[in-house]
Design a protein around this ligand. Structure first.
Ligand code: LMR
Length: 328
């Protein structure tokens, strides 16, 4: 009868709505290697807050800091397997997927973070977000950390001071060449191992931002930090093509907008930390600051800049020129 059909329809629609009400939210895993009190750590937490506020019950974001879930050696492979949905490796860690991002590792290329930002936002910089699409990796945006400094168990004032010393580096051939250029010994190691390598003196030194030197306590196991500002350490937020395409368009837009807003906060924190974390390290008196004279700095530039021509063909001269043009 009509009445019975109506009743069945009502029951069916009740079941459907109660099913969706109790459906599990989609979990977005965001894994990274740094501490929570860093630009990337704070950006990830802000992203979680915004997504869960805007898509309640539909999406949750689980943030895994400090290489807890995946580290440098496996986070991009895990992304491609959809075991994690968002990672933000430093721009130095993509060379297996594209050579173009190596432009960011060229020593003494960018004068300051404003220049880095101008390049990233330029047409050429935005194109690099798509440079790994064929490998299944989608670039969602850049995130700042800051300029790199050298640290060691001894003061490094001239390139000769680095000669023969072992430096931990990120997995980048450009950074390896940068240390080769001053006759140092570069050793590629994941971020999670750096503190112990320095503490046990298996490695003499490393290069990193004030934020990473502070949050990972490298300054407690390095006697000197040279304020060299010789290169940039920034990130690309990436997802997999598989995950990104699986999202309904309207949800994808909300998630992307949340990410962009979280990046704005992350960048503000990065800018603040370049001064704050530097000062906290100086105040601790655990590590001594080495300031370079103009002449000394020029010696580092002269020693390291030949690296540019070595990588020009694989990066692309057009990309290097565009990056240089951002210095104004
Ligand atoms: C490093 O390995 O030194 C950095 O890339 C870590 C990070 O993510 O900031």
């Amino acid at each position: 009868s009509i009445k019975a059909t109506a009743k069945l329809t009502a029951i069916a629609s009740m079941l459907v709505s109660s099913f969706s009400a109790f459906a599990e939210p989609v979990e977005i895993k965001f894994s990274h290697v740094v501490a929570e009190n860093t630009p990337k750590g704070q950006m990830a937490l802000k992203f979680k807050e915004l997504v869960e506020q805007r898509l309640p019950g539909e999406y949750t974001v689980s943030v895994f800091p400090s290489s807890q879930l995946f580290g440098d050696n496996n986070e991009l492979a895990a992304l491609l397997l959809n075991d994690v949905q968002i990672v933000a490796p430093s721009l130095s860690k993509f060379e297996r997927y594209t050579k173009k991002l190596q432009v960011f590792d060229l020593p003494f290329l960018f004068e300051d973070m404003a220049a880095v930002d101008r390049f990233q936002q330029s047409e050429e910089g935005q194109k690099l977000l798509n440079s790994m699409n064929r490998k299944g990796i989608v670039g969602l945006g850049y995130l700042h950390n800051g300029m790199k400094q050298f640290s060691a168990h001894a003061p490094l004032s001239t390139p000769g001071d680095a000669s023969g010393k072992k430096f931990r580096i990120m997995a980048s051939d450009v950074i390896a060449a940068q240390f080769d250029a001053v006759k140092a010994i570069p050793v590629k190691k994941p971020f999670s191992e750096v503190f112990t390598l320095l503490q046990t003196r298996a490695i003499d030194g490393q290069e990193n931002t004030w934020s990473n030197i502070y949050s990972m306590k490298f300054y407690e196991v390095q006697s000197h930090i040279t304020e060299s500002n010789h290169g940039v350490l920034d990130y690309m937020l990436v997802t997999s093509n598989t995950f990104w395409k699986s999202l309904p368009k309207d949800k994808r837009e909300i998630i992307k907008k949340s990410l962009d807003e979280a990046v704005v906060l992350g960048n503000e924190i990065a800018a603040a930390k370049e001064g704050e974390d530097r000062q906290a390290i100086l105040d601790s008196k655990r590590s001594e600051l080495v300031s370079l004279t103009a002449v000394q700095r020029q010696q580092w530039v002269d020693a390291m800049k030949p690296v540019w021509t070595k990588f020009e063909a694989q990066i692309g001269k057009d990309v290097i020129d565009a990056a240089q043009a951002a210095n104004k």
